[in-house]
Write a protein that binds this ligand. Sequence first.
Ligand SMILES: Cc1cc2nc3c(=O)[nH]c(=O)nc-3n(C[C@H](O)[C@H](O)[C@H](O)COP(=O)(O)OP(=O)(O)OC[C@H]3O[C@@H](n4cnc5c(N)ncnc54)[C@H](O)[C@@H]3O)c2cc1C
Length: 603
Amino acid sequence: MQFPVIDTDVLVIGAGGAGLRAAIEASAQGAKVAVITKSLLGKAHTVMAEGGMAAAMGNVDDRDNWRVHFADTMRGGQYLNNWRMAELHAREAPERVRELEAWGAVFDRTKDGRILQRNFGGHRYPRLAHVGDRTGLEMIRTLQDHGVHRGLDVHMEHTVVTLLTDSGRAAGAVAYDRERGRFKVFRAKATVMATGGLGRAFRITSNSWEYTGDGYALAYDIGAALQDLEFIQFHPTGMIWPPSVKGILVTEGVRGEGGILLNKDGHRFMFDDIPENYRTQTADNEEEGWRYTQGDKNARRPPELLTRDHVARCINREVKAGRGSPHGGVFLDIAWIKKRLPNGAEHIRRKLPSMYHQFKQLANLDITETPMEVGPTTHYTMGGIRVDGDTQMSTVPGLFAAGEAAAGLHGANRLGGNSLSDLIVFGKRAGEYAAAFASQHGAPSLDERQVDEAAARALAPFDRGSGGENPYAVQHDLQDFMQDLVGIVRRESEMRDAQERLRALRARAANAGTVGNREYNNGWHTAIDLHNLLTVSEAIAMAAIERKESRGAHFREDYPEKSAEFASFNFVIEKDASGEMTLTRVPIPAMPAELAAVIEENK
Ligand SMILES: Cc1cc2nc3c(=O)[nH]c(=O)nc-3n(C[C@H](O)[C@H](O)[C@H](O)COP(=O)(O)OP(=O)(O)OC[C@H]3O[C@@H](n4cnc5c(N)ncnc54)[C@H](O)[C@@H]3O)c2cc1C
């Protein structure tokens, strides 16, 4: 073997919330654990999470419990969720949050000292445990401290380029070190994909540079099934001005604290369109909506806290109808609460410190005085690697997935706050079952040919040098048409056009070239990422064309209604024997009567 080999029981790819929680658990089960992350430890995308993690602890409203959380998650996901995952998530999240607290996370508190919980879209009761609007930072800090003390072997600033297999079983990975550009081989008895999402396939996104869809493509390449990739969440409130910050997230916490959405005429348009399945739970006047945000248990939530898919489409409608803000969005006003709260400005700065600084520094705007301009931004991938609900094992033996890399929990649309809790619930499970798999299976054999091919593929852009395609130009073109043709509002003709363009881009990407040396060479990294971006984009377009209805985050202008025909299966994408991408419909198993009753009782 021409490269150094690191032997481990469990290899965790990704050091966000899911990866760190999986690594901690695998280590707690006695496994030797190696963690790989593209960025520095503590800097994974999870650090950006703002509003909080959803867990039915009932600290603020004692009517909350796992049954309501389960029903909310299923309704939000339009019943395409893996119901077993939704059940486990709702049942186990409170324990996982309390565990974080025991490990040192300092949550905001209720007056009597319990973990404070805030309102968020689609959650019936205040449910999000939070630390101001910096919850992800606290989660990562806590998990990182805990993990470091468990002695995890962390490989920072390393990027995995290929997963290895041994007779159909996952066998580890080949990665390069970003600083020096040298390869390392990881041989592992079990591998956990905790690689996050793919927002960088689109032009406007809240996602960090790490989100190039690597985990999905790496898993797909070795035969794992992907599921429901058509469901991409466009968060309704991203910054839209100035252009350099377009896409940066404005947390739903702003609306949870009483922020309202207005069009250019000052009209609160969210009251105009309340979906039938949320009508009984939604306030029908402004007074009631305000009371809800202030904790009145007899009030229903304001329409700004409807699910993200719906709010994003309402904003889109206002803009299209010429009622948008000057830079093509709408207004999000939190300053108005000063009329209701004597210490309103201070309250905003205390509850939303990051938002206050974000707008002050990036847009020279004081949110305690002036409404923000916001519009939809590509935010979250509901689909991903298909996993077993209990164990998180993918369709490839020994390959597990958790967090945003995995599919199932969120169905057609994720509720805010359900990701951070997903990370700790299913990160733990993935770590536990990966450690068990590792203890039951010997070390796999390394196939030198797979390693050499991976290294040769990764280095090919240097051979093409300046004569090759500019990788940034390919990435830019991809993001441009994915946004315009497979974005928030979709049409078959446009998506077919996107497929044509994807084919042409494949050819250009195969010819991408780079110059310079291997140390911190961003052009080279971009050239390597192209394969992943193109693979996931192809999968998104394929599934989005096939889903001939509108459901959750997937909106088809040519099929604007929900269709019963599409209500009972997931779309599964795999590589066929000839290497082509194929899509099949896999029926969702019938829900046990007990869970069906929970949904009924919460209707
Ligand atoms: C601005 C913002 C605010 C948010 N706020 C909330 C919130 O309040 N509540 C909530 O529930 N959700 C929120 N979300 C969503 C949530 O933060 C993410 O879904 C979640 O953090 C994903 O965690 P993860 O562990 O799956 O992946 P990540 O935290 O993204 O970690 C992925 C890891 O994989 C690594 N990786 C990827 N590819 C490779 C590769 N090829 N080789 C090696 N390593 C690789 C990365 O380097 C990284 O370490 C927010 C998202 C954003 C963008």
